[in-house]
Ligand binder design. Structure first.
Ligand code: IDP
Ligand code: MG
Length: 145
């Protein structure tokens, strides 16, 4: 990838893949006008997830989160476009799917299944720095020097 357009890492989490929502998430990303640069379906190992969620290490939801994320296939996607980081966060909606606004991925397709908000269908990078860090973790070949 030689483009200098902003990029973000999107994950369709195990709940989203298991519920058959991968296509719906990609549809919304493409319909918004972003470009798909890479996509891979895989079950991430603990090591990758601990790196990916390093900012949350030590929090009470960290262990259940890593366990949930390792529980099945995840669709990892790199998308690009002007302000795609902010734009995908907006498409995704608030972290808690019960509270997420209708019209968003989490608001339209998610709900809380128990007391936790772990299962919320998607992840999206939250800043330029985390996007490049996360892309390098999930797609080492696509990392920028
Ligand atoms: P984000 O995904 O909206 O950026 P973060 O605060 O970065 O939200 O949290 C990362 C992920 O950890 C969330 O998407 C969700 O799966 C999980 N999570 C966040 N807060 C909680 C919580 O209070 N309980 C359980 N899981 C949580
Ligand atoms: Mg986050």
């Amino acid at each position: 990838m030689t483009s200098t357009t902003e990029r973000t890492l999107i994950l369709v989490k195990p709940d989203g893949v298991a519920r058959g929502l991968s296509g719906e998430v990609l549809r919304r990303v493409e319909a918004k006008g972003y470009r798909l640069e890479a996509a891979e379906l895989r079950t991430p190992d603990r090591h990758l997830l601990e790196e990916h969620y390093a900012e949350h290490a030590g929090k009470p939801f960290f262990e259940p989160l890593v366990e949930f994320m390792a529980s099945g296939p995840v669709l990892a996607v790199v998308a690009s476009g002007n302000r795609v980081i902010e734009g995908f966060r907006s498409l995704a909606g608030a972290t808690d799917p019960t509270a997420a606004a209708p019209g968003t991925i989490r608001g339209d397709l998610g709900r809380t299944w128990d007391t936790a908000v772990t299962q919320n269908i998607v992840h999206g990078s939250d800043s330029l720095e985390s996007a490049e860090r996360e892309i390098a973790l999930w797609f080492p070949a696509a990392a920028r020097a």
